[in-house]
Write a protein that binds this ligand. Structure first.
Ligand code: 5RP
Length: 218
C-alpha cells in the first residue's frame, strides 16, 4: 500500500470515534483531508465542526458541513487530527502543515484527541522531523537565537504566513528526549506563539495505519 492509502485507511478507522458526536474538532493535513471526505456520508448527523485551518474550513464547507466558532460551542467531545511524529507516550510533533496554533487550541478544548497517522510517523524519539515554531514576525531572529541555545538549527519557512499572520521557524537536529520540558521551555521564549510539540496535552488515542490493519495506542 502507498503512504496515501495507509492515510485513507486510518482515516476510515477514526469514524468509529465520532458516532453520536454532533460537533467535531477537525485538524489539518492530508490524512485529515481523507477524514473530511469520509464525513460527507455522515453530514446529516453532524451539526458542525470547529476547524483548525482555512484549508480544512474550505473543505468542510464544500461538502456542506457548517464550520462553527470555538467561542460559540464551548468544549468539544472529539478532535481528530494527524501528526508528523508520534511516540509511545502519545506525544506528538505537529505543524508540518503550519496549522499548529489553532490545532493546539482545539486539542486543549477537546475531551478526546484522536490522532490518525500512518505507521511511518511512529518514532522512539521525537525530533527527526523539523520542529515547527510559530513566531510573531518581529521576534523571528531573537527566537531563532534562543532555539540555537537549546541545541537546534532553526530555519525560517520563507514565503509562508500562517492563518494567524505569523511566521514559522522549522527547527532541525533536535533530539527531544524530554518533550514536556522542551515544550515548556520553548513556550516561555518571548515572541513564540506556539511550538509544535504536543506533549503537555498529548493524544488520548493514536491510530496507526499499517499494511496489516490499524494499530491502536490508548
Ligand atoms: C498540520 C499538521 C498535520 O497534522 C501534520 O503535518 C500531518 O500531516 P499529514 O496528514 O499531511 O501527514 O500538524 O499542521
Amino acid at each position: 500500500m502507498t503512504q496515501d492509502e495507509l492515510k485513507k485507511k486510518v482515516a476510515e478507522s477514526a469514524l468509529d470515534y465520532i458516532k453520536g458526536v454532533s460537533v467535531l474538532g477537525i485538524g489539518t493535513g492530508s490524512t485529515v483531508n481523507h477524514f473530511i471526505d469520509l464525513l460527507a456520508d455522515f453530514k446529516q448527523d453532524i451539526e458542525g465542526a470547529v476547524s483548525s485551518s482555512e484549508t480544512s474550513t474550505a473543505k468542510l464547507k464544500k461538502i456542506g458541513i457548517p464550520v462553527l466558532d470555538l467561542n460559540a460551542v464551548g468544549s468539544l467531545e472529539v478532535y481528530v487530527d494527524g501528526a508528523d511524529e508520534v511516540n509511545a507516550y502519545k506525544q506528538m510533533l505537529k505543524g508540518g502543515g503550519g496549522a499548529l496554533t489553532r490545532e493546539k487550541i482545539i486539542a486543549a478544548a477537546s475531551r478526546k484527541f484522536v490522532c490518525i497517522v500512518d505507521e511511518s510517523k511512529y518514532v522512539d524519539v521525537l525530533g527527526k522531523f523539523p520542529l515547527p515554531v510559530e513566531v510573531i514576525p518581529m521576534a523571528r531572529s531573537y527566537v531563532a537565537r534562543q532555539l540555537v541555545q537549546l541545541g537546534g538549527q532553526p530555519k525560517w519557512r520563507e514565503n509562508y504566513i500562517t492563518d494567524n499572520g505569523n511566521q514559522i521557524l522549522d527547527v532541525h537536529n533536535l533530539n527531544i528526549l524530554n518533550p514536556v520540558e522542551m515544550e515548556r521551555e520553548i513556550n516561555n521564549i518571548p515572541g513564540v506563539v506556539t511550538v509544535g510539540l504536543f506533549a503537555l496535552r498529548g493524544a488520548d488515542i493514536v491510530l496507526l495505519g499499517n499494511e496489516s490493519g490499524v494499530r491502536k495506542l490508548d
